[in-house]
Design a protein around this ligand. Structure first.
Ligand SMILES: [Cu+2]
Length: 309
């Protein structure tokens, strides 16, 4: 059994998701969550070895031969009060440590000096959203739909529908506080990039929030995750990745993406117009042997394709 389990874990190392405690290294909140688990694990190990040690010691020390009659003991008030108070103290310590850590897990810090130069203060979408002390973050909309993640970047336009978007891979600048507004479009999904912090449900009708800030040293790295809520037939294929780049590369990416989307929209528009002209009475539906909708291409997934109807 042990060999089989080890074999399975070796075949899919990601499934290990770091040994015993959560993955960390991508963002301060993920690091804090990991530390919290390590403290809890340390306390649990002390309790475990304490209890098991006393048990094994007693088994050896007080063993009796066959036929011996056990002494009838009523109890030990001091011991019983002792382990009740001890257990309560363990809980108090864990609760205190958790509440002390909670602050740095939930509240995003300011962006660093090597991050993207953010000028505008984010307008929080609701009072659940936590922002850095100076109110500036790269605020990205994360939208879960069957079976892909869609990201909308803040991009000069009040109407988010006009802004740069991408699927599956989220590109972000390092040393920059990124706040996410997470929504589900059809069913419940769950956003989860383990090394960047805890998972957050993407629920239709609600907005959930989380944040991350990737250290400058991690530029070029890709953090992988997947939808963590069974959302349908292709749930297993609903992967997500976050690519950390320098602020300069991020600006270039955004500009490139903006151009690609504009080009795709123009091509689609041209194609629609051609098809409308092609459908004049008496004319052939498909001129010059071209297949309908074939020539413009559609480099951006999900960009409005030329509608045939
Ligand atoms: Cu999903």
């Amino acid at each position: 059994m042990l060999a089989a389990i080890s074999g399975v874990l070796l075949a899919a190392p990601v499934a290990g998701a770091d040994l015993l405690t959560p993955e960390d290294g991508g963002s301060p909140n993920a690091d804090s969550i990991d530390e919290l688990y390590k403290y809890t694990l340390a306390v649990a190990l002390i309790v475990f070895f304490g209890v098991e040690g006393v048990l094994l010691y007693s088994l050896r020390k007080f063993r009796a031969r066959k036929g011996a009659v056990a002494a009838q003991i009523r109890g030990n008030t001091r011991l019983e009060i002792g382990w009740t108070v001890g257990a309560a103290l363990v809980l108090v310590v864990l609760a205190t440590v958790t509440f002390l850590k909670l602050d740095e897990i939930r509240n995003p810090p300011k962006s660093g000096e090597n991050g993207l130069a953010l000028t505008e203060v984010v307008r929080a979408s609701d009072n659940e959203q936590r922002l850095p002390p100076d109110g500036k973050s790269l605020n990205i909309e994360v939208n879960g739909l069957q079976y892909v993640w869609r990201y909308t970047y803040p991009d000069r336009d009040e109407n988010v529908l006009n802004n740069v978007f991408a699927y599956e891979e989220l590109v972000v600048p390092v040393d920059t506080t990124v706040t996410l507004e997470i929504r589900g479009q059809d069913v419940i999904h769950s956003w989860w990039i383990p090394a960047l912090g805890g998972k957050k449900d993407a629920t239709p009708g609600y907005t959930n929030h989380t944040w991350f800030k990737i250290p400058a040293s991690k530029a070029g790295q890709i953090f992988r995750g997947q939808c963590a809520e069974l959302c349908g037939r292709n749930h297993a294929n609903m992967v997500a990745s976050v690519r950390a780049v320098t602020p300069q590369e991020f600006e270039r990416y955004l500009a490139q993406r903006r151009n690609d989307i504009r080009a795709a929209n123009l091509a689609a528009e041209r194609q629609r117009r051609e098809q409308e002209q092609g459908r004049q009475p008496g004319e052939q539906q498909t001129p010059r042997g071209e297949s309908p909708g074939g020539d413009s291409g559609n480099p951006v997934p999900g960009a409005p394709a030329g509608s045939a109807q």
